[in-house]
Write a protein that binds this ligand. Sequence first.
Ligand SMILES: NC(=O)c1ccc[n+]([C@@H]2O[C@H](COP(=O)([O-])OP(=O)(O)OC[C@H]3O[C@@H](n4cnc5c(N)ncnc54)[C@H](OP(=O)(O)O)[C@@H]3O)[C@@H](O)[C@H]2O)c1
Length: 245
Amino acid sequence: MSRPELRLVLAISLDGRLAPAEGGAAQLGGAGDRQVLEEALAWADAVLLGAQTLRLHGSSCLIHRPELLAQRSAAGLAPQPLAIVVSRSGLLPATLPFFQQPLQRGLLLLDVPAFVAAATSLDGALQPEPSRQRSLPSPPSEGGPPSPGFARQWAGPDWNSALAQLKAAGLGRLVVLGGASLASSLLAENLLDELQLTLCPRLLGGPHSWLGAAARLDLASQSGWRLVEQRPLLGEELLVRYRRP
Ligand SMILES: NC(=O)c1ccc[n+]([C@@H]2O[C@H](COP(=O)([O-])OP(=O)(O)OC[C@H]3O[C@@H](n4cnc5c(N)ncnc54)[C@H](OP(=O)(O)O)[C@@H]3O)[C@@H](O)[C@H]2O)c1
């Protein structure tokens, strides 16, 4: 494949919402979901995180389980997958705890007319500026340095170009951590290979379906998902994993 394999990983309510009606930083999953989330992270070379989810939650998910960390170490992988923030604006508060987390950070600027083809590896060398919104060059200059706080940076006009760059950078397995707008834009282009959903025993109502109301899908191409795993989890949660035929 000329692009990475993409697995969407979400915790959703029984009525398919990923956040309560009032919105905000949702924490739907319990201990069972945490377990399968970490398993997915252990599988991944990198995660994709929507900028709005990061603004609301402040940080990304980390692997804590020692056996998963040992498994990655034995495979020669970094303890945590690279955390790539997807954004158009590139505007992220520099005070987010994300910039202090023990992981490598990447930035993917999408929808920009020009793109930086080469990712610059300055791992750990860059620290965020003090508390102000970071504003990124628009459009980023060819081969320019990553933005403050990020070790690696990519930009492109669309998903196909961006994902090809990530694959060329050696990132073959991506976990997509949401939110709805990021998931919808990937589904709209048929780019998700797997849906890993934890069903949480609650009904939330409201507008925050995991597939955004504005999502434009080619429904004919969205049938035939194949069930590859179903696993009851702690706390009455249920893991289901569906893959493309
Ligand atoms: N239950 C769960 O498992 C789970 C997981 C994740 C999130 N959530 C919830 O989901 C909600 C946030 O979701 P959301 O849909 O509002 O936001 P989101 O998808 O997290 O982020 C949206 C932002 O991401 C960037 N983005 C997304 N798609 C893009 C594309 N195709 N091209 C360029 N940039 C793109 C844009 O950033 P810029 O604004 O910077 O341009 C956009 O405004 C929160 O309530 C959060 O708690 C739940």
